[in-house]
Design a protein around this ligand. Sequence first.
Ligand SMILES: [Zn+2]
Length: 344
Amino acid sequence: MDGLERYSRQILFQKIGEAGQRRLLNSRVAIVGAGALGTVIANHLVRAGVGYIRLIDRDVVERSNLQRQMLFDEVDAQLQLPKAIAAQNRLKKINSSVTVDAVVADVNLDNAEIYLTDVDSIVDGTDNFMIRYLINDVAIKFDIPWVHGAAVSSRGMFAVFKPGHTPCYRCLFPQVPQGTGETCDTVGVLSPLTDIIGSFQALETMKLLVGLPAETTQNLEQIEIWDLSFLQMDMSQGKNPHCPACVHRQFDFLERSSEQQIVFTTLCGRNTVQVNPRRKHELDLKKAAEKLRRSGRVSGNEFLLRFSPEQDISIVVFRDARVLIHGINDVVKAKSLYAKYIGG
Ligand SMILES: [Zn+2]
């Protein structure tokens, strides 16, 4: 078992065995989001020996993440590290023999086909409906199975979507939910819940990777952990014969019809607006810091700058020119702050 000793307890489990372990080592997975679910998923898959993991996240570690985001500590929050980078640092110490590729970016229609298509499986660690529909489109278009998970308050769910074998996410949820809904930032979330859902997602991903598709769940599994109840919804009859995505292969969420060059998005329940220029360019953070220092206090690291032009507002500028404006929900105000301090 050349170099496989570290996986011995997993190899002893017969449904994985040495053949399954070699499959894991040769597998590639993209995890979208390195928050509460993403850190749990990445932790398991890296320890299990998945050979290549691309971990994509758009955010920065904050103290309020530490209650549940298992790969981070107080130093990561103090250093204001991007979550993808902080997670990568920790994961390399856990298993240096696999590749963890950290990507500090917002997954959107401009880059989804770059980040999500050269992998065997995609895992959803997001808290965002739009990205799930986008993942669903990419998964169907490129025939890649994906594992959905969601957790808020004490309720969570997960499901495996396998193009050609199961209904798709859009079959089950034909309408993008409107309004803000409940999020971790409005009704909270329990750490055991995200640990449980993320663990199930990691497990279902491992089943897909070792090539036991018949054993992956065919259910949408729902769990309420405070009152302890489980609900299984059989998905097998859930295919919508008119589904635009998996039946008509019409990928609305990958449609590049928008002419907008800069996309402003309110991050729901977060009191944050993201500003994302569609034409990517690398920012010189040193030069940007010099300019911003004239109007307020600037801190940061090699990945980002944090700048506070007014009380209760902080602007985080990433190297790819993407900006998070914390402390506001108002896109109009975000536009004026962006124009004033960051510019075109
Ligand atoms: Zn469908």
